[in-house]
Design a protein around this ligand. Structure first.
Ligand SMILES: Cc1ncc(COP(=O)(O)O)c(C=O)c1O
Length: 352
């Protein structure tokens, strides 16, 4: 059945090994970020064998991965309504709000557990995290909590503002860590220097020595360096292939006819007049994927999409596409996230 996504376990595992080996050279351990797998326990179990830490943004997913012998990190700030499950199913959580950390402490007491936190430091991307004075104040308060262990300090880049790791912001992180250790009389075990975007500095040997953890998602799955938006040569790039079936092939105009207002996604769209073209519709759309897809047939162009269809220009393809033919694509990370989350995209796991 289509649409489907083929998942190549061997390729993903190879990427984990290559990235882990590179990290090991610099005394860094990785947290394998599993959120894109959208609670697919079979895949996570296969790829996370032997990893030290699994990181996910959803407690429900980590709850489902309890069979895997790895530290479970919640990398999205905990909500007040999920505190009980965070303590039950997560060994570590990223945090920035003292209010939430106090709730975690109370719940940890009830469950007779210790919970580790990574406090997030704001170094410029402006999503989660505290500026230095607030960070220090929070560390001092957290030290008073009996069931909270301040495991370390972390930062996140690239996700909101598209800010890339640099010697400046990484040194800022390490200076903050060292000041906190000194001024709060505490030793921090984990310095988490960001996500896949930090892999570039790591390979160049430019990450400060104190950074000893990276939380890696996209590079593992797609072999790409986010924010820079380039492939990483030594990694596999075709671990996920989406295929969908053609349901209409017709020669039509390239310009819509009639008064044009907004499309069904509220966008104002414009088109180039290329004359008549051979157009194909496939049965997957914006409900189940993004549009940033690389066709395996390089002579296909993606014209756009609506919730249920993607429209393709197959005029220049060497293949004479017909209804029923299947076309395949490599998704970008955002599209992959949607496909893996969608119940309507069949997952085909290849493990040989
Ligand atoms: C806090 C945090 N850490 C790490 C990651 C992993 O990012 P990437 O997939 O770019 O490696 C994400 C996003 O998924 C995140 O939100």
């Amino acid at each position: 059945m289509y649409p489907k996504i083929e998942v190549n376990i061997k390729g993903i595992k190879e990427n984990i090994n290559i990235i882990s080996n590179e990290c090991n050279k610099h005394n860094i351990f990785i947290s394998v970020v599993t959120k894109v797998l959208a609670n697919n326990k079979e895949i996570v179990t296969k790829i996370c064998d032997g990893v030290k830490s699994i990181a996910d943004s959803r407690v429900d997913n980590l709850k489902n991965y309890q069979n895997i012998n790895a530290e479970k990190w919640l990398i999205r700030l905990p909500m007040e309504c999920e505190i009980e499950d965070v303590i039950k199913y997560c060994d570590v959580s990223l945090n920035s709000e003292l209010y939430t950390i106090k709730l975690l402490d109370e719940e940890a007491k009830k469950q007779n557990k210790k919970h580790k936190i990574i406090l997030m430091y704001e170094i410029g991307d402006l999503r989660e995290g505290l500026y230095f004075d607030k960070l220090k104040e929070t560390v001092l308060e957290c030290k008073k909590l009996s069931n909270i262990i301040i495991y370390g300090i972390g930062c996140n880049l690239g996700c909101y503002g598209g800010v890339v790791p640099s010697e400046d912001n990484m040194n800022d992180l390490v200076n903050a860590v060292e000041r906190i250790e000194k001024e709060c009389d505490i030793k921090l075990e984990v310095i988490s220097g960001g996500n896949s975007t930090s892999y570039k500095m790591l390979k160049e040997g430019k990450l400060p020595e104190r950074v000893n953890n990276l939380r890696i998602g996209e590079s593992i799955y797609l072999g790409t360096l986010p924010t820079y938006d380039v492939p990483i040569d030594e990694l596999n790039h075709d671990n996920f292939i989406m295929s969908a079936q053609i349901v209409e092939v017709q020669v039509k105009d390239s310009l819509p006819k009639g008064e044009m207002l907004k499309n069904s996604f509220g966008e104002t769209v414009s088109f180039e007049d290329k004359g008549k073209m051979k157009r194909a519709l496939i049965n997957i759309g914006k409900q189940d994927t993004g549009m940033d897809l690389k066709p395996l047939d390089e002579n296909i162009d993606i014209l756009g999409g609506s919730s249920d269809y993607i429209l393709l220009d197959v005029t220049n393809s060497k293949k004479d596409y017909k209804v029923g033919d299947v076309v395949s694509f490599i998704p970008d990370y955002a599209s992959l996230l949607k496909m893996m989350t969608s119940e309507y995209v069949r997952k085909e796991i290849k493990d040989e």
